[in-house]
Design a protein around this ligand. Structure first.
Ligand SMILES: [Zn+2]
Length: 239
């Protein structure tokens, strides 16, 4: 992936959010690699001894990653998934939900939270990885909240996360608010449940995931649990 003057799209939004996370200003987070974006890249390249051509190739990308690392260090993947349950009526801080999901998803969700903040919305993460046992428990809940048993939800593989809006210190389920998520999801390149036949407004997941049956097969083949989740990541996400 090479990003340079004139390129547009979700990858440029990611880049602009990273630049913003590094403290740079004076450009818009709009997915357009324009002169302003280029100037920031040139500045960073020069400051770190790289050719300041304003082109984000392999070396510049590696540099940006190394500079950005401390910012996302808190969201590194733990070896043992631990599900933090959401207590009814309470407001989770959200970030711990992202410690068990794939780091690419974690990073994109954080970017959405930042995009939301910029528009004056307070968004939190209510669910990241959900174990098979947790999923089965949820399946038995009445009134019904999910049609998915253990293994049948993308959440079971750490490739999905649910968002909620916090208004005056409480979670709001106002549909109007949730329709914003679709816009942010396409900006950072995530799949949004609001576009599905069975609408799931709070739901986000990594793009280009195969059917959940394929994930389950890979998970089982690797022996399930952490090894199973890791196998799914390696096969379908990479990294
Ligand atoms: Zn979900």
């Amino acid at each position: 992936m090479i990003l340079k003057l004139g390129v547009t799209g979700p990858d440029v939004v990611n880049l602009e959010l990273v630049l913003q996370g590094l403290g740079f200003t004076g450009f818009d987070v709009d997915g357009n690699f324009d002169n302003k974006t280029e100037n920031v890249i040139k500045y960073i390249q020069k400051a770190h001894g790289l050719t300041n051509d304003g082109v984000v190739g392999e070396k510049t990308l590696a540099l940006l990653d190394s500079l950005y690392e401390p910012f996302i260090a808190n969201f590194a993947v733990k070896e043992t998934p631990v599900v933090v349950p959401v207590v009814d009526g309470s407001v989770p801080t959200g970030s711990e939900e992202l410690t068990e999901v794939h780091p690419i998803l974690a990073r994109k969700v954080i970017q959405i939270i930042e995009l939301a903040k910029r528009e004056g919305y307070n968004v939190t993460v209510t669910q990241g990885l959900r174990t098979f046992a947790e999923q089965d428990k949820l399946f038995k809940k009445r009134p019904r909240v999910t049609k998915a048993r253990g293994g049948q939800s993308y959440h079971n593989y750490g490739v999905a996360a649910d968002l909620a809006f916090v208004v005056n210190g409480k979670i709001s389920w106002d549909e109007k608010l949730y329709k914003n998520i679709g816009r942010w999801a396409s900006q950072v390149g995530l799949t949004w449940g609001g576009n599905w036949k069975f609408i799931d407004y709070p739901h986000l997941q990594l793009a280009s995931m195969p059917g959940v049956g394929q994930l389950l097969a890979t998970y089982n083949k690797a022996g399930g649990n952490n090894a199973g989740v890791k196998a799914v990541w390696n096969k379908f996400v990479g990294g």
